[in-house]
Design a binder for this molecule. Structure first.
Ligand code: UGA
Length: 434
């Protein structure tokens, strides 16, 4: 099929590349000339494992192209994916201006029947608005469909190629037939394509992210209870996760969820509840708990250093909001760095991928280590903020010799507390006895 993808951000680029991989002709469109130029030179603007292989293969096979001209991108396309940003406004509601402007431009360019698919996370009712906006300008027939994206950063290619489910909001039988064909190569494991009405599909995306964020905040609260009652959150996690109704995943406590999705989507759903005269009480609590997690992490250091952090050097391992990405949007690390600096600490940080992004924010206010061991050299303590695999089994001997004192604050529960005590570390983790 001939497909246009409008917006080459994270979702657009992964979607375009993965659609080309099953033989479709895909043209990706972006208004950012510099980005398009780089993509045409083979420079991928994001770090996403496995994306490069598919990207280069499909560009070489001429199934994947990039242009800054919407007119050129839409030429011959029977399906248009919208993968545009919907940034949160001041009040947390999603800003739809990019989506609606694109809708207008697309309307003017439509030639024959076209399916327009909303991939962005958009508030309920957006497809209707897109439909209205396009129809003001279009003469050709079209359908607007909601097909929310459930990709996780770091495993996005795998998530696209082998999705748990595909949710499609449409009432058109023609759309159902065409999209069943388009997605057939991806659902070969028998995972379902779930058709529903447009509004339910739009809400499904917010419900999924908000539910997962709730699961995490719930476990973070259980971790606080474990610390107070002398229980071990790892055991409680295993104990409840074995129940299929609860499930094993997304039960890991830590320093709070971050990223470009959960914080934005939980806030937007809570906001949308207010707009329709409902108070989504659970989500208000989820956001509160999440903000508290990072504050509590810093307060642990402050409690440990009774005389304050002035003159203390803290090493930080992990800056990205999660492993396998260079993304620091809403990363707890940003808050932790700001607070520790405000308390007078000096910081040496290391992350396998996110150093450049953190440097752009903090400049020369902190030191950037070439590797994890350089970061801990002569540091008073180590703080672990992201669970990168490379931090999971460090050389504890080198760590002990490098740190001035054997002190670790672990926001991601990477090590066994008993083993750490045996090695002579003061090891402070989340929801487990010291
Ligand atoms: C999330 C969803 O998982 C995807 O399904 C969705 O498509 C995506 O948002 C989106 O809306 O685009 P992502 O933000 O990439 O994906 O990251 P996750 O792997 O879900 O992690 C989010 C945050 O939760 C991270 O900060 C992570 O550290 C935290 N987390 C996750 C925990 O603290 N505990 C857990 O058990 C799991």
């Amino acid at each position: 099929m001939n497909i246009a993808v409008v917006g080459t951000g994270y979702v657009g680029l992964v979607t375009g590349t993965c659609l080309a991989e099953t033989g479709n002709n895909v043209t990706c469109v972006d208004i950012d000339l510099e980005k398009v130029e780089k993509l045409n030179q083979g420079i991928i603007p994001i770090y996403e494992p496995g994306l490069d292989t598919l990207f280069y293969r499909n560009v070489a096979q001429k199934r994947l192209r990039f242009t800054s001209s919407l007119e050129e991108g839409l030429k011959g396309a029977s399906i248009i994916f919208l993968a545009l940003p919907t940034p949160p406004g001041e009040d947390g509601s999603a800003d739809l201006s990019y989506v609606l402007e694109a809708a207008e431009d697309i309307g003017k360019l439509l030639k024959g029947y076209t399916i327009i698919i909303d991939k962005s996370t958009v508030p309920v009712g957006t497809a209707d608005k897109v439909q209205q906006r396009i129809s003001q300008f279009a003469t050709a027939d079209f359908d607007v469909v909601s097909n929310p994206e459930f990709l996780r950063e770091g495993v996005a290619v795998d998530d696209f190629m082998k999705p748990d489910r595909i949710v499609i909001g449409t009432s058109s039988e023609t759309v159902k037939k065409i999209l069943s064909e388009l997605y057939a190569p991806y659902v070969r494991q028998g995972n379902p394509v779930i058709f529903m009405d447009v509004r339910s599909a739009e809400l499904t995306k917010y419900a999924a992210n908000s539910f997962l964020a709730t699961k995490i905040s719930f476990m973070n609260e259980i971790a606080h209870m474990c610390e107070r009652l002398g229980a071990n959150v790892d055991m409680v996690r295993l104990g409840i996760g074995a129940d299929d109704r609860i499930g094993k995943r997304f039960l890991f406590p830590g320093i709070g969820y971050g990223g470009s999705c959960f914080p934005k989507d939980v806030k937007a759903l809570a906001r949308s509840a207010v707009e329709c005269d409902y108070e989504f009480r659970i989500l208000e609590a989820v956001m509160e708990v999440n903000a508290f997690q990072r504050e509590y992490f810093v307060s642990k250091l402050l409690r440990f250093y009774h005389n304050g952090l002035q003159g203390k050097r803290i090493a930080i391992w992990g800056l990205a909001f999660k492993p396998e990405t260079d993304d620091i949007r809403e990363a707890p690390a940003i808050y932790v760095i700001r607070e520790l600096l405000a308390q007078g600490a000096s910081l040496a940080v290391y992350d396998p991928e996110a150093m450049g992004n953190i440097k752009a924010l903090f400049g020369d206010k902190i030191s950037y280590a070439a590797d994890q061991y350089e970061a801990v050299r002569q540091a008073d303590a180590l703080a672990i903020l992201t669970e990168w695999p490379v931090f999971r089994a460090p050389d504890f001997g080198v760590l002990k010799n490098s740190l001035k004192e054997s002190v670790i604050f672990d926001g991601r529960n990477l090590y066994d507390p008993e083993k750490m005590a045996g090695l002579g570390f003061y090891y402070n983790s989340v929801g487990r006895a010291l």
